[in-house]
Design a protein around this ligand. Structure first.
Ligand SMILES: NC(=O)c1ccc[n+]([C@@H]2O[C@H](COP(=O)([O-])OP(=O)(O)OC[C@H]3O[C@@H](n4cnc5c(N)ncnc54)[C@H](OP(=O)(O)O)[C@@H]3O)[C@@H](O)[C@H]2O)c1
Length: 334
């Protein structure tokens, strides 16, 4: 017996900003799970900016998506049928089999969700990859100390919003940049000290300087481009730059010149380090334990932006590039 399934495939490689026509929804028929296999119905799937990189036909830290094949991404699903003793129907599992509503898998590729009292989709956001990115990047590269000033770009997104709150918990002053006043109001509501709307402030350098007259000790970079130049300009000696992402450049059709003021890295003895969250996977248990406690204590809050139905997954992905999400961008499946 087969099961009907749906998946989003890459139809063509985007040139510049992706468009809906780069994706297609396809129906497939899944064979019944064999020995050791389980059939999973996805409940939630994650859409992430890094996926844009996988749409180029070039080698990177993850292989490129192939035209005509289903995309991949984080997902939370429920086991519906199981021929694997480690799983039973009803179990909630995490996988990288997003961008489809149903799949068959050998159990080894699945992780059972812990039974904490949080909504399951939190494991795609605050308790998942974006949360670990924020936690580990800030800790390992930023090494924040109480009283220091942390500048965060993309601050109202899945990663940025958690960075801001962890930095506050570590006793830092936080200056946050995001693209709408509603996002800034939310950031203020969770304790961020100073906020800048980079779209309406007129002069980003002046705006950041005004909010951090003493300069910044840490820059958590989600955006690159002008934000990075501004951060270099206002950095204090021995500042740490956490190069997490550069979303402003993900759709560039040619390589742009880097920051014009890189020379400050030398004179200000700046440490600038890029990272991939997988580098710090060893922190995952420590991260989850501390984050769960913060959540229970009401010290960390998060937002979600939800599109419904697999057909709307490309729309959710495209919205990442126009600031359509506050907090974690998710797709809820029927
Ligand atoms: N290194 C790693 O392992 C790792 C892991 C996860 C994520 N990342 C990176 O971290 C960054 C944030 O990821 P996320 O999942 O938390 O995404 P996100 O911040 O939730 O979503 C993307 C946000 O970026 C902002 N943005 C889009 N285009 C922009 C531009 N041209 N200039 C400035 N801001 C822009 C938008 O907010 P506004 O309204 O503020 O414009 C948008 O909502 C991305 O660069 C991502 O690639 C890296």
């Amino acid at each position: 017996m087969t099961t009907k399934a749906h998946e989003i495939r890459l139809k063509s490689r985007p040139v510049g900003l992706p468009v809906a026509e780069n994706f297609e929804l396809a129906e497939t028929a899944l064979a019944a799970p064999g020995q050791g296999e389980v059939l999973v119905r996805n409940l939630w799937m994650s859409v992430d900016p890094y996926m844009r990189g996988r749409m180029y036909d070039r080698q990177s830290y993850v292989p490129p998506f192939q035209i005509g094949e289903a995309l991949q991404g984080g997902a939370i699903g429920r086991v519906e049928q199981s021929n694997n003793p480690d799983f039973k129907p009803g179990d909630l599992v995490e996988s990288m089999n997003g961008w489809r509503d149903t799949f068959v898998s050998v159990g080894g590729a699945l992780q059972k969700l812990p039974t904490e009292n949080v909504p399951p989709q939190a494991y795609l956001g605050v308790l998942g990859m974006p949360g670990l990115t924020a936690y580990s990047g800030l800790a390992r590269i930023g090494e924040p100390k109480a009283g220091e000033t942390v500048f965060v770009s993309g601050a109202a997104g899945a990663v940025g919003a958690i960075v801001c709150q962890i930095a506050k918990l570590r006793g830092c002053k936080v200056v946050a940049s995001a693209g709408t006043d509603a996002k800034l109001a939310w950031l203020k509501s969770v304790g961020v000290d100073e906020v800048v709307n980079y779209k309406t402030c007129g002069n980003l350098l002046e705006a950041v300087r005004k909010t951090a007259p003493q300069g910044i000790d840490i820059y958590f970079d989600n955006v690159g481009g002008e934000h990075l130049e501004v951060a270099l300009e206002v950095a204090r000696p021995h500042a740490r730059f956490i190069e997490c992402g550069m979303i402003s450049a993900y759709n560039d059709t040619e390589v742009k010149p880097g920051p014009r003021n890189m020379i400050y890295v030398v004179g200000k003895s700046i440490k600038m380090q890029g990272f991939i969250v997988m580098n710090y996977w060893d922190m995952r248990d420590q991260f989850r334990a501390e984050m769960i406690q913060w959540i229970k204590d009401g010290k960390i809050k998060w937002e979600e932006t939800v599109e419904n139905g697999i057909a709307n997954a490309p729309k959710a992905f495209l919205a990442l590039f126009s600031g359509g999400n506050t907090g974690k961008m998710l797709v809820k499946l029927d």
